[in-house]
Write a protein that binds this ligand. Sequence first.
Ligand code: PHE
Length: 348
Amino acid sequence: MSLAEFISSLEALLVAAETSLGDVADVASLEEIRVLYTGAKNGQLKSIQKGMGVLASDERPAAGKKFNEIRDAVQAAIDSAAVRLGSSAGSISAAKKLGPQVDPTLPGLRPRLGRLHPITQTIEDLKEIMGRLGFSAIEGPEIEDTWHNFVALNIPEDHPARDPLDNFYLATAGKQVSDPNALDAKLLRSQTSTVQIRAMETQKPPLRIISLGRVYRPDEADMTHFPMFHQMEGLWIDTSVTMAQLKSVLRMFATSYLGGDVTIRFRPSFFPFTEPSVEVDYFWNEQWVEFGGAGMVDPNVLKAVGYDPEEVCGFAFGLGVERLCMRRYGIKDIRDLFRSDIRFLRQF
Ligand code: PHE
């Protein structure tokens, strides 16, 4: 067989294929025609292709090119016949051209929406409520030094709150664990009161801020304790801030967050950085619930940041965020909040 004969047999095949595909009227005949021409085993294209072996080797590239052209043309004719018959039968590439076959009667796939963690939601709510009371939110670092976590807050060296067993002191370059009494010793902050100091160190009074974030204490995890939790710190410094304003702010805050008219109670307490100091409770669902600590900022704290206690005064408070969140949503075990179990978190 010569190259010319090879080419003319291909062309004859295309004409014959196109003629019968032009007439084809049903899917079953289309399939027969497809097998006849393009069948992988005994199709006519296949047998012509086998004949290529007898061609001279310098004729083969031209023969191969022609073969590919004819094969594509036959396939295109099959595809368009399939489209005309409204069927993808007999042709995978026709099915591709028609696009995926969608069954509109099947129920749809609902996209999964993410949501904010309940603690994040609570933090957003708290910021919003305190914002309306004129407090702007600021942030402070979670890795702190002894100065901001203790010393400037009037917590002396021998105070039990500074005990290495009650804090996460950090090993820093060159040192195993920081000497807890060095002013630059590093630890994970144990309270957000550190941010009071940072705010006063960098801003002049008057000041009305809140700070929300994580704090760390080496507590055994149980229903109500976790080694990491969140606090909201509040600080108002001006020339004549009073304890009565502290109570009003906390009452308005509790009323907004919990809804209804919530009663607030002060119990005498002690914090090194406030004088006088109180524990705050609110009355909700027929019981007194612990809210957090508060008081009038101690003059020693004002002095430590370079404020004049004769000129300015103020109040500070610190509340546990988890407690508020758990009350509001009826969550019983604090550990559930941090297990990252999507089945639990999806409920909020
Ligand atoms: N920092 C205190 C605590 O963690 C709470 C507090 C903040 C008390 C501000 C008084 C004033 O327990």
